[in-house]
Design a protein around this ligand. Structure first.
Ligand code: PEP
Ligand code: MN
Length: 264
């Protein structure tokens, strides 16, 4: 696969730095929240502003996202700050709306990667687009399911394809929210050395004070980028409050990381 080269060329064309940094709130909550975060990240190492618009909550009754209106907020954030935008898509309707609103990067969430039908529906809806598409690992530690997701998108001619490692569910109580099982990501890396590999330390740790360490481990393992949930008021976030960091904390994490060139 030529994916890493493609991504590399495209990063160079946009004069973006390595590692690739994607940051922003777990969920878009209000227009003002999205814009404030975007402005605070504007002059940092962040290339992409992420925000979940449709939120796949494990249990019903929690905040399920603002819906399509949030795409307008992302568009405005891009216009005002120049940050590229990223959101999660989980079906064809999401893909169509995200493309209509010119979202730059789409990712498939961990609860969607487990379903070949959903991944195929998304792949079909994305055929012929030039967007960056990232596939999160499935919630369960099943490399084949993750590879299957990648293969479905690759077959749909998605060239700017990458993966996100966000850890795996476990019934056991551990210090992680989702155990990293780094060996699974490393095995994927050895099977697809050209596929950009992004770490999501926010969902691995579930706790903001562990994010630096997990990010450092990922970079030491030659990951190509980081996706870190960032919120102006993390404690009062409408989803994933304990794991989000402020824009100032994110900027500090980037300073504290020992970064070496991860691509040739
Ligand atoms: C998210 O990125 O906010 C999210 C829901 O992640 P995951 O699919 O990894 O649980
Ligand atoms: Mn989240």
């Amino acid at each position: 696969m030529e994916n890493k080269k493609e991504l590399r060329n495209w990063l160079d064309a946009h004069q973006l730095e390595h590692p690739l940094v994607i940051a922003g709130p777990c969920s878009a909550e209000t227009e003002q929240q999205v814009l404030k975060i975007a402005h605070e990240l504007k002059d940092s190492d962040v290339s992409y502003l992420r925000a979940g618009i449709w939120k796949p909550r494990t249990r019903p009754g929690n905040f399920e996202g603002v819906g399509a209106i949030g795409l307008k907020w992302l568009q405005r954030a891009k216009e005002e700050t120049g940050l590229l935008t990223a959101t999660e898509v989980a079906n064809k309707a999401h893909v169509d709306l995200a493309l209509e609103h010119d979202v730059d990067m789409l990712w498939i969430g961990a609860r969607s990667t487990v379903s070949p039908f959903i991944v195929q529906e998304i792949a079909d809806a994305l055929k012929g687009t030039d967007k960056v598409v990232l596939v999160k690992n499935p919630v369960n530690p099943d490399l084949a399911l993750w590879l299957g997701g990648i293969e479905r998108l690759h077959s749909a001619n998605i060239n700017k394809l990458g993966v996100i490692h966000r850890g795996f569910s476990t019934y056991e109580k551990t210090k992680y929210r989702n155990i990293p099982e780094w060996q699974i990501a490393v095995e994927l890396q050895s099977k697809f050395p050209d596929l950009p590999l992004i770490c999501d330390p926010s969902h691995i740790t579930g706790k903001r004070d562990m994010i630096l360490d997990v990010s450092q481990t990922a970079l030491d393992l030659n990951f190509d980028g980081l996706m870190i949930e960032t919120h102006i008021d993390p404690d009062n976030a409408w989803s994933d409050a304990a794991q989000q960091v402020t824009p100032a904390a994110l900027i500090q994490i980037m300073k504290d990381l020992k970064i070496r060139k991860v691509m040739d």
